[in-house]
Design a protein around this ligand. Sequence first.
Ligand SMILES: Cc1cc2nc3c(=O)[nH]c(=O)nc-3n(C[C@H](O)[C@H](O)[C@H](O)COP(=O)(O)O)c2cc1C
Length: 214
Amino acid sequence: MKIDIRNIRREYLRGGLARKNLSDNPFIQFQKWLEEAIDANVNEPTAVIVGTVSEDGKPSTRCVLLKELRDDKFVFYTNYESRKGKQLTGSPYISLTFLWHELERQVHVEGIATKVPPEVSDDYYKTRPYKSRIGARISPQSRPISGRMKIMLAFIRESIRLAGKEVKRPENWGGYAVTPTRIEFWQGRESRLHDRFLYTLQNDQSWKIERLAP
Ligand SMILES: Cc1cc2nc3c(=O)[nH]c(=O)nc-3n(C[C@H](O)[C@H](O)[C@H](O)COP(=O)(O)O)c2cc1C
């Protein structure tokens, strides 16, 4: 590589995270941080890296957009027949990583993903822009296609076919709700001595809170 990237680094100096300032409830804490990220105009505040595992235990990740915090679950939408969808059918274990660079913050969630009820997916689908609704109907997400023209033609054909009609949610597209068992809040600090607090779900459904070494 022509550029020496070893010296690309910066100090994280925005502030710290103290136990006394954390909510006992990780969902309240998460909402507070998400709202702060939105208020700070961070780029794509709802973007989250989703980790899934294949049948033979190999991890894979990709970015999606968080769309809801529903009943203490993190909800995102995708194609159920996509690579991630197939992996979640095989194993429901999932991780979510939110990274808010501008605030020097990260939240890492681990838990179990389940499909949301169809009517919940319907409700969200209806709020999507018209073209996104058409796109969800015609894209065989994650499968090889011969070229961009193929998908553009399918998009145009479907738009014409459904002109003036209701654009219904396809059954292979919908939401996953992630029920967390671990949620970690990370705040960057000077000299890489970051603040980390881990919430772990206990058998009695309470959350244990521990500070982790950076
Ligand atoms: C910022 C951003 C947001 C995205 N949001 C979504 C989303 O909400 N749902 C989705 O299915 N894909 C979304 N994608 C595309 C995914 O990263 C990914 O390419 C797609 O879901 C297929 O992943 P898979 O083949 O691992 O299943 C997004 C990508 C980016 C960069």
